[in-house]
Design a protein around this ligand. Structure first.
Ligand SMILES: Nc1nc2c(ncn2[C@@H]2O[C@H](COP(=O)(O)OP(=O)(O)OP(=O)(O)O)[C@@H](O)[C@H]2O)c(=O)[nH]1
Ligand SMILES: [Mg+2]
Length: 380
């Protein structure tokens, strides 16, 4: 059955019940950094909103200044954030947000977990089943098809085995495994990847997806809609020492800055700063988990992203023209916090000297994610 996008009431169970016991689907959306979760969620939510369907999003990050939330908000999609740690370590906050958003009776809530997070079955899906049985959880795991190919072929940019351990555990948890960015592979490469994944993860529902296309996103929505859990999910056997070590291989930097320059030079300076940060990280051969920039001026906003599979730094800032531009930087890179901070700070100082602009630094934080300590972990 095609996911019904007609205007009007959904066919999900939305009877005259108190809101708190209305059945609601939670599309728990995981997968490694930069795999395309936010892109797909934003498109899916916009498709549903256009059809007058009720939808909401919960974003999640290890920090508290989130490019993803800004990006989702820009489309007037109802959004709440779980910040300063992953869903599993902040389960009560996740629960509160589900209840708060549930008051508007959304038929679907997307919850995007942190890209370095795994063990979603034991720490999120099973606790939700136990404490909020009215919620139907569907776990979609996104994999950047190019990065996945490189990991399987042993040529990935991520040097630490524990990072690849997290990556593979994430895939194992999928109800729906989304081979995303399929547009970046040839038909032969797609077929080969599909074969490997089907043999490594037998029985999983696999979607080949280009999340930049609405009809592919509709296919994903349909798969979420049609998914019904048969039997019980099996919690994964996760070695938390390796998992914690893997998460700590990445430094996270969040920084807000404002750039004041004359005329339209601010746009030029912003492009230069972004390109310099990307180039410097690539030059030092640090694997990029995800480098995200939310660039905003009075004319509008743009999100600019780079991952380990990005080539070059083609930066489009079509809506940014004024002489005052704000940038929120979220950088997740396989290096130490000090080294990441130094790269960014030197580039900002250099831009100020070179272009005579004024850069005002706002809130910032730079850290390694703490050891994962889930609120609940249900193994049976
Ligand atoms: N070519 C192509 N690019 C994609 C596709 N899906 C997402 N992208 C791009 O991939 C980059 C990362 O996408 P996001 O949606 O931010 O990834 P994410 O999984 O939410 O990343 P984190 O929140 O950092 O874990 C962006 O530049 C997207 O435009 C796709 O299907 N094809
Ligand atoms: Mg995201």
């Amino acid at each position: 059955m095609k996911f019904d996008l007609r205007v009007g009431q959904s066919d999900s169970v939305d009877l005259l019940l108190p809101w708190s016991i209305t059945i609601m689907k939670l599309a728990l959306t995981g997968g490694f950094l930069g795999s395309g979760k936010t892109t797909a969620i934003a498109s899916a939510a916009r498709i549903l909103l256009r059809a007058n369907r009720r939808v909401a999003v919960i974003t999640n990050d290890q920090g508290d200044q989130q490019v993803d939330s800004e990006f989702i908000r820009k489309f007037d999609i109802p959004v709440k954030e779980v910040s300063n740690g992953c869903f599993c370590c902040n389960y009560p906050q996740l629960g509160e947000h589900i209840l708060a958003l549930g008051k508007n009776h959304p038929e679907l809530i997307f919850a995007e977990s942190v890209g370095s997070c795994t063990d979603l079955i034991a720490t999120i899906a099973k606790p939700l089943h136990k404490f909020m049985p009215e919620i139907e959880v569907v776990i979609s795991i996104f994999a950047d098809a190019e990065l996945l190919s490189s990991i399987l072929e042993g040529r990935s940019a991520f040097i630490d085995e524990s990072v690849r351990y997290i990556y593979k555990k994430q895939l194992a948890e999928a109800d729906l495994l989304i081979l995303n960015k399929i547009d970046l592979l040839s038909a032969d490469q797609q077929q080969m990847l599909d074969g490997i994944i089907r043999s490594e993860y037998p029985g999983k529902m696999i979607l080949h997806q280009n999340s930049l296309l609405d009809d592919h996103i509709e296919g994903w929505l349909e798969a979420i809609h049609n998914f019904t859990l048969t039997g019980q999910r099996v919690s994964l056997d996760i070695d938390y020492e390796i998992y914690g070590h893997g998460e700590a291989q990445l430094a996270w930097l969040d920084k807000s800055i404002s750039i004041r320059a004359s005329g339209e030079q601010a746009t030029f300076v912003v492009k230069n700063i972004i390109a310099s940060i990307v180039n410097e990280i690539q030059l030092r051969r640090f694997a990029i988990g995800h480098l995200k920039f939310f660039v905003e001026s009075e004319e509008g906003s743009e999100r600019v992203c780079f991952t380990s599979t990005s080539t070059g730094a083609d930066i489009k800032l079509n809506h940014i023209k004024s002489n005052l531009v704000n940038i929120l930087i979220n950088a997740r890179v396989e290096t130490g916090p000090k080294s990441l901070e130094k790269i960014v700070d030197e580039i900002l100082a250099g831009a100020e000297r070179r272009y005579g602009c004024k850069i005002i630094e706002g809130r910032w934080s730079v850290f390694r994610p703490g050891f994962p300590r889930p609120t609940h972990r249900i193994l049976t």
